[in-house]
Ligand binder design. Structure first.
Ligand SMILES: *[C@@H]1O[C@H](CO)[C@@H](O)[C@H](O)[C@H]1NC(C)=O
Length: 439
């Protein structure tokens, strides 16, 4: 009996016992009722070391050659460790508020950014079906300069982090496993419960990251990607309605292929007020004044959803989203199939959102249930210029003007040294019927 038990775990992504995994608590409201939730940090940020010793399986941006000669051996040798949330990752919670600090100098390492998931209990992610509903939260972006991105979004991860579909995964949601998004990221250290160590290439410009031969794809609803200068709301759809592993060029640009070569829509259909022609709406001292906190209301109108509406609330005043103001394009202040095709046409962009199914596919992805992600990151690929500056940097096209940040801003080495103390505070998350959460 024992033998059968042992040989059945060929890869077996287990957990360490050096640090107890104690999740920060976070309350939120569902239909007006207070829910006692908790958050967990993604497995990518965790210390991975050998079972029963403190030898690193992964250090800096490399897997150990001895412990991880291949993924199967690596999985047998290595475990994921519990997290010291404030000391290592700069993550603290209090009541309904969660603070993510940008750079944290811990006793063993320097941590940059974080990605956390909302749990409903110690080992199960909280699932949301946003169809026909409203998702509201308060955010303080005043301490997020150009180049940083405080993101609140939903993805089609498995509720258990993948333990049921991939029995090799013993760590599960408790240890933040199972991530996927519409970029089909290949920088994940574990996919489908297996180390992504085979063919791992360290990133030349990031001493903490690399890319493996596999990626992890799924639909993504970016309710909020923002700093104090710009913000965007962006749905992205994928062909598969659950987390799906890709390999090589089928992961698109991240796998060394073409940008639109994956089963997902990497660009999405974004509404960024500045990019859509209103340069006086969102920012420090503007109509939505990012110098102090405000509430972001996102309405998923229709079940299945056909339109995404945005409102802000600040100092007790409801502020309707700005209208687009682009030559040759009708005016919109919400995201819908009509907006998406009109925007892509006006800007001359590839419409991969419509190609992968548009709102019809989005409705199906939302209906599957999505996990809530709360993150803070900087961008080692294109310095976040796609959010807050001119990108491509030499382009004169209307759609390339996304924000007022200099094209030289957002370089990770600069922001990590000059803005190490940056942070984002998410608070008072509310979910419920349309118009029920903010009035
Ligand atoms: C920007 O949005 C505000 C608020 O909706 C509006 O008053 C203003 O006219 C808009 N500006 C442009 C250029 O569309």
């Amino acid at each position: 009996m024992l033998c059968i038990g042992l040989i059945s775990f060929v890869y077996s992504l287990g957990v360490g016992t050096n640090t107890a995994e104690t999740h920060p608590k976070l309350t939120w409201k569902n239909g007006g009722q207070t829910v006692n939730g908790e958050v967990t940090v993604d497995s990518n940020w965790r210390w991975t070391h050998t079972k029963g010793s403190t030898k690193n399986c992964y250090d800096g941006n490399l897997w150990s050659k001895d412990l991880c000669p291949d993924a199967a051996t690596c999985g047998k040798n290595c475990v994921l460790e519990g997290a010291d949330y404030s000391g290592t990752y700069g993550v603290t919670s209090s009541g309904n508020a969660l603070t993510l600090k940008f750079v944290t100098h811990g006793s063993y390492s320097t941590n940059v950014g974080s990605r956390l998931y909302l749990l409903k209990d110690e080992k199960t992610y909280q699932m949301f079906n946003l169809n026909g509903k409203e998702f509201t939260f308060t955010v303080d972006v005043s301490n997020l300069p150009c180049g940083l991105n405080g993101a609140l979004y939903h993805v089609n991860m498995d509720e258990d982090g993948g333990t049921k579909r991939y029995p090799d995964n013993e760590a599960g949601a408790k240890y933040g496993t199972g991530y996927c998004d519409a970029q089909c990221p290949t920088d994940l250290k574990f996919i489908n419960g297996i180390p992504n160590s085979d063919g791992w290439k360290p990133q030349s410009n990031d001493k903490n990251s690399g890319n493996g031969k596999y990626g992890s794809c799924c639909s993504e609803m970016d309710i909020w990607e923002a700093n104090s200068i710009c913000s965007a709301v962006t749905p992205h759809v994928c062909d598969n309605l659950q987390q799906t592993r890709c390999q090589g060029t089928a992961c698109g640009e991240n796998g060394g292929g073409s940008r639109f070569g994956s089963s997902c829509d990497p660009d999405g259909c974004d509404f960024n007020s500045w990019r859509m022609g209103n340069k006086t709406f969102y920012g420090p001292g503007l109509i939505v004044d990012t110098k102090s906190k405000f509430t972001v209301v996102t309405q998923f109108v229709g079940n299945p959803v056909t339109e995404i509406k945005r409102k802000y609330v600040q100092n007790g005043k409801v502020i309707e989203n700005s209208y687009s103001n682009i030559e040759g394009m009708d005016k919109f202040n919400s995201v819908s199939d009509k907006f998406c095709t009109a925007q892509k046409k006006a800007f001359g962009d590839t419409d991969s959102f419509t190609k992968h199914g548009g709102f019809k596919q989005l409705g199906s992805a939302l209906a599957k249930g999505m996990v809530l992600v709360l993150s803070l990151w900087d961008d080692h690929t294109v310095n976040m210029l796609w959010l807050d500056s001119v990108y491509p940097t030499n382009s004169k096209k209307a759609g390339s003007d996304r924000g007022p940040c200099p094209t030289t801003s957002g370089v990770p080495a600069d922001v990590e040294s000059k803005s190490a103390d940056a942070n984002v505070i998410y608070s008072d998350i509310r979910f419920g019927a349309i118009d029920s959460t903010y009035k």
